[in-house]
Design a protein around this ligand. Structure first.
Ligand code: GAL
Length: 420
């Protein structure tokens, strides 16, 4: 550095120090509740933490393991009831309205307006994030749920093909079984059973039927022959899962497909985050396929963070910094590259994304036009929390029962849809 006279150096040092202190004076802490604890999820969560820290704020991690978020929501309720809510929590879909009605969420509308969120988001997404016209949650991404993940090596060993119909699916499952490979990697947890069930309903009945049954909770649709056929197809998958499936975490099921111990997995594209974290390449080491019968449909699951009322200017500013970080174009790209999702902002280029993500983005736009874009019931996007829980339990009971008929299961599911 050039030789500067001492006095000038001192002034420069004082200026630099006061700038830094000014920044620090506004540094605040944000406690964030989330359930991203698997390999791919943790990498994505780390990207959010780094983006916030770059703004000078402190990230207090409040991670509650358990895919699908059931445990996280239980812990959140106890924290809020005891008057000790975190700054932000991973809350999605109708639950945002439920929490807002409790009067515990805070508006981040100033951040949304300053950053023109309305122009950047699909209108349906913006509406989900608002309560009485003000943003109270920041959307992170768009996951597609109706995927089938496949190990092509396993297909080759079994001399089987990637299935596009349910008949082809069961033929491929038989071939994999004969080759000594577990046909379907599954984790026997209610949210995973429900994820598979909703994908089968979409594939057997189509998007309009799915919406009528699992979004509008129409009793006639829920008790219809189509729903019985979907229930039978769903249960027909069970014998192709392995004996140790009960209780298995979703990412350990994905690991079975990664290692070739299993041929296929029904799972949302957070599973792609696991393949990517393991250094696997789409099209070579794994295939991403729309689940049978669902190529023209898209079950969406949008992660978002709802913002809770907190005390202290520094914490409020840090909370606003988090909201701004989540919706920044750069973060939207970085996060989804690790998470397996696509950005929820419509203005983020897809150049860096792989073919699975590009297909997801294309289908997201196409199904928004065709009407085959449906909210995931299994991932808190479609129905009130109480109904989601009741449906999940009814489906899981059916999956685990050796005696329950499809007719009985459908009657239980229809009754569960009336839960309030
Ligand atoms: C979903 C969530 C995803 C992923 C998945 C597995 O509900 O939206 O981001 O975390 O659960 O935990």
């Amino acid at each position: 550095m050039r030789n500067l006279p001492t006095a000038s150096l001192t002034r420069t040092a004082i200026a630099a120090a006061s700038l830094a202190l000014a920044g620090l004076a506004h540094a605040g802490e944000v406690e964030v509740l989330h359930y991203w604890t698997s390999g791919g999820e943790a990498k994505a969560a780390a990207a959010l933490k780094a983006t916030l820290q770059a703004k000078g704020d402190t990230w207090k991690d409040f991670a509650v393991a358990g895919g699908g978020g059931d445990s996280a929501m239980t812990v959140l309720k106890s924290r809020v009831v005891s008057g000790n809510a975190p700054s932000a929590a991973q809350i999605k879909g109708p639950a945002i309205q439920e929490w807002a009605r409790e009067g515990v969420l805070t508006s981040i509308d100033s951040v949304a307006k300053a950053n023109k969120w309305d122009a950047a988001l699909p209108p349906t997404v913006a509406a989900i994030m608002k309560y009485k016209g003000n943003y109270v949650a920041a959307p992170v991404n768009v996951h597609r749920v109706n995927w089938l993940w496949i190990n092509p090596e396993a297909l080759k060993k079994a001399k089987a093909k990637a299935p596009t119909t349910w008949d082809e699916f069961f033929a491929t499952a038989d071939a994999l079984q004969k080759a000594g490979i577990t046909p379907v990697a599954h984790g026997g947890q209610p949210w995973q059973d429900f994820t598979t069930f909703e994908t089968v309903v979409l594939g057997v009945g189509g998007a309009d039927f799915y919406r009528k049954a699992l979004v509008q909770l129409d009793q006639e649709a829920l008790k219809s022959p189509t729903m019985i056929k979907a229930a039978e197809t769903f249960k027909r998958i069970k014998p192709y899962t392995d004996k140790a499936a009960s209780g298995r975490d979703w990412n350990l099921a994905t690991a079975m497909v990664i290692k070739g111990e299993a041929g296929m997995q029904f799972m949302g594209d957070w599973a792609k985050g696991e393949f990517v974290a393991a250094g696997k390449r789409p099209g070579t080491d794994f295939l991403c396929m729309a689940a049978p019968g669902t190529a023209q449909a898209f079950t969406f699951n949008i992660d978002s963070f709802a913002m809770f009322k907190v005390k202290g200017d520094d914490r409020i500013k840090a909370q606003n910094d988090l909201a701004e970080a989540i919706m920044s174009p750069a973060f939207q790209e970085t996060f989804s590259l690790a998470k397996g999702s696509i950005p929820v902002r419509l203005d983020v280029p897809m150049d860096k994304f792989d073919d699975c993500a590009k297909l997801s983005a294309k289908d997201f736009a196409a199904t928004a036009k065709s009407g085959a874009l449906v909210p995931s019931a299994a991932h808190s996007m479609a129905v009130p929390s109480a109904v989601e829980g009741a449906l999940k339990d009814a489906v899981s009971q059916y999956w685990n029962s050796d005696k329950m008929s499809a007719q009985d299961a459908v009657a239980k599911i229809a009754a569960a849809a009336k839960a309030r």
